[in-house]
Design a protein around this ligand. Structure first.
Ligand code: PAD
Ligand code: ZN
Length: 368
């Protein structure tokens, strides 16, 4: 019986409980988790920003070791180290075939349902089913996931570092590398420098951006952003961030801007600080009812600005997870530096509470 952190209802702290876990069905694998990052999207489920069926085992940024194979699993074997993908990607549907695996038909439906590919969950407690967030459920010592949602990595990559790839790195780095069109020499602005925004920053540098302007309201987050490659720091709590980015870019605006928080105000700021002909990428997930005001004639047509959403870093996980682990091994991707605190599962509520602290990039649950 694994121990898992369960969200029973919106607004209540997670409860760490012994839960039942069924054996993997056909096409599924059981994974003993080594580590799970704590992402803002977990907090967004707890506070009701992000709708996800409850009661549920939360956590969607994990890595571990395969311990059991369901019938017919051929891509993995017992003992393989894997990163869990919170959008399982089949490789065969319309979206996967159009290089949009992050929108995979079967994976997206599963992730939204709180279950696996057949929309049912493997967790329960006292006979009552417990959903698993985003076809994952990584706030648990063990989980069962679709085999197409577990991507093999080398055994010598620490699972704490690998876990972060599962959401924050794929999303943030992917937003810069896959979703956006960053060109060498560009000026990029990133609003929101938490666990995901830091990876947008390192992704933008990887793409050859000359200047990366980090925008945040928290000085500690800005200091960390500098370590991840930000060249200019804008404190949004001290003056209009749009005016500050305009000034830094000779009043032209940034070539590419990213919003990595999920607020109407900062989405509009990101759009307004992009140059004519520039691009704005929305990564932060706002409350469902949020609408944004974009000047259609001036902003979109006459200034030819683009605005584009980004889901899971527009990643093909079967291609991008191996690429990211290789970059890490070559010293070209910072993962260990993202880990501000290694915590036990029982510390998960504190980690959710402390997410806004300037000294935290990511808290990582380490399982023994
Ligand atoms: P985080 O809490 O670590 O970082 C958020 C950052 O925003 C912090 O540094 C805050 O200080 C900063 N911030 C908050 N308000 C403001 C403001 N008004 N102006 C400037 N800075 C501000 O979160 P995270 O990095 O884990 O996640 C960020 C968002 O990305 C969140 O909405 C999450 O749900 C979303 C996300 N989206 C995807 C996707 O596929 N699109 C994947 C993963 C996470
Ligand atoms: Zn996440």
């Amino acid at each position: 019986m694994p121990r898992a952190a369960v969200a029973r209802e919106i607004g209540s702290p997670l409860e760490v409980l012994d839960v039942e876990l069924e054996a993997p069905k056909a096409g599924e694998v059981r994974v003993r988790l080594g580590a799970s990052g704590v992402c803002h999207s977990d907090l967004s489920v707890v506070n009701g920003t992000l709708l996800s069926p409850l009661p549920s085992v939360l956590g969607h940024e994990g890595a571990g070791v395969v311990t059991e194979l369901g019938e017919g699993v051929e891509n993995l074997k017992v003992g393989d180290h894997v990163v869990i993908s919170w959008v399982p990607q089949c490789g065969r549907c319309y979206f996967c075939e159009h290089d949009q695996g992050e929108l995979c038909e079967s994976g997206s439906a599963a992730a939204m349902s709180g279950g696996l590919l057949d929309m049912t969950t493997r967790f329960s407690i006292g006979g009552q089913p417990l959903y698993q967030m985003a076809a994952s459920g990584t706030f648990s010592e063990e989980t069962v996931v679709p085999a197409i949602g577990a991507v093999k990595i080398a055994d010598d990559i620490p699972l704490t570092a690998a876990a972060l790839i599962g959401c924050g790195v794929l999303t943030g780095f992917g937003a810069a590398v896959n979703t956006a069109d960053i060109r060498p020499g560009d000026t990029v602005a990133v609003i929101g420098c938490g666990g995901v925004g830091l990876n947008v920053i390192q992704g933008a540098r990887h793409m050859g951006a000359d200047r990366v302007v980090a925008v945040d309201m928290n000085d500690g987050k800005l200091q960390t952003a500098q370590k991840f490659g930000a060249t200019d720091l804008v404190d949004a709590s001290n003056g209009d961030p749009v005016a500050q980015v305009m000034e830094l870019s000779g009043q032209r605006g940034a070539d590419v801007t990213f919003e990595v928080i999920g607020l109407q105000q900062t989405i509009e700021q990101a759009f307004n600080m992009a140059r004519r002909g520039g691009q704005t990428i929305l990564v932060g997930v706002p409350k469902m009812e949020v609408m944004v005001n974009i000047p259609a004639a001036i902003g979109l047509v006459i200034m030819e600005k683009q605005i584009r959403g980004c889901w899971y870093g527009s990643s093909n996980v079967h291609r991008d997870i191996p690429t990211l682990t290789r970059l890490y091994q070559e010293g070209k991707l910072m993962l260990d530096e993202l880990i501000s605190a290694e915590i036990p599962l029982d510390g998960v509520n504190d980690a959710l509470d402390n997410m806004g602290s300037g000294s935290i990039a990511r808290s990582v649950i380490k399982y023994s």
